[in-house]
Write a protein that binds this ligand. Sequence first.
Ligand code: AMP
Ligand code: MG
Length: 508
Amino acid sequence: METIVKKTDKNQIDKEVIREAGDILKKGGLVAFPTETVYGLGADALQEEAAKKTYEAKGRPSDNPLIVHIADYEDLKKIAVNIPAETDALAAHFWPGPLTMIFEKSDIVPYGTTGGLDTVAVRMPSDPVAAELIRAAGGFVSAPSANTSGRPSPTTAEHVLEDLGGKIDMVIDGGSVEIGLESTILDMTVEPPMILRPGAITADMFEEVIGPVSVDETILGSESKKPPKAPGMKYRHYAPKARLAIVEGDLREEILAIRQLAYAASREGKKVGIIATDETLPFYKYGLVKDIGTRENEKTIARNLYRILREFDEEDVDTIYSESFAMQGIGKAIMNRLEKAAGHLRISAAAVVKEQRYRRIIFVSSADSARGPMAAELLRQEDLEQEYVIDSMGIVVLFPEPANQKAEAIMKSAGMTLAQHTSRQFNDENLQDDVLILAINEAAKSKLLAEYQNAVNVYTINEFAEDETEIPDPYGKPLTAYGECYEVLKVLVGKVAEKLNAFAKGEK
Ligand code: AMP
Ligand code: MG
């Protein structure tokens, strides 16, 4: 089947497109269309056969009921019975909008649409294209997300075509969606009403209108053994092809842990994806890093989540690490979808971080012009099991200078360079629990300890490498002296690397 694609603008709806799409739906066909949450796969909700086609196109298990979309509030009474009194207030506040309510169904709703249940889920979308289409189709359009079952929900018409091109009659392209996550589902058949799926409309917002609501305990976390009350929530949904793990902790720990995990995975030759935010983007060096939005406005994160999961699929990454997001407002819905995408795989940031004793290594010499920078560059070239920021600094650096020319000449002949180096003064900001300080000799170490009483993790290179070979001072001597110094440093730094790698393996 060839899928017709028609564009229309929300602000200037093409009536002809809507009429054509409405006719397809009335005849029992399938039309994908934009809503404010995600793209929906529309079918006439009152035709049993149309529901069957929906399940087939999506590859969706047929016990997973569809949400019926309406455009006019009066239509609710035609498909639902025993509608509780609070419904008016909820509808007045949140309809049209990203809220789905569940009621006892009336006889005109076929079991094909409700997955065999005696209840029906109903929503009134706010997207004007959706509303016009629903009216043109006769008032009742079932519309699950327009993706292949198990893939991330579509937030653009392109996503719909990726999954369902050739399998459905038509796609109405109305641009990107506004919210990006599926509607909040509220079960109105229980007292008090119960949230079965978190979304843009939160428990607090309901509370302001009708008082307390309850929450299906299976929504977050894998602890609950009970099946979720919304049948669809039991499937590993929204999932990318890659293994996705959510890293949890405070934000600083999450960043450190993800850096470490991404470094380790890259060393194994794996392609790693990282879900980061505007605020944390600059901290990552390894892996394919994607910016999901800003922590200042979690709506941006909701809007980009599914697109980013799809992009990682296209780039064929093996493993994705994601930061966690605050569980406030729409954050709950974001974490709920992320957890499902991850199949509940969570990693404690603190546990990962604890495994790494040092994160930064600073070689300290007197002027930071030759031996220190050479040692730092040599260590950068080593095959290290864990990632470190490797620097060199001097005890007396009056102004920044490039590396000594003879040192650079020796490094160049060994295939390295100090061209990026500028000498820097050591100061007490560099004294941290996870910083290893390697002094070039006893004199440098003593000066550091004399000047900084709170200094920790300070060793000479010899001490740390457990090798007493003295590092000669080539300053003012011919090139050959720099060459000899290089040879000694190379051996000692090799031993430093071995020791760091032993720490990485958990040896003391
Ligand atoms: P989707 O249309 O892809 O957003 O999925 C619809 C969601 O609504 C699924 O999780 C369904 O299980 C849920 N749902 C639809 N109808 C009912 C119902 N009558 N009772 C409980 N959950 C429902
Ligand atoms: Mg869905």
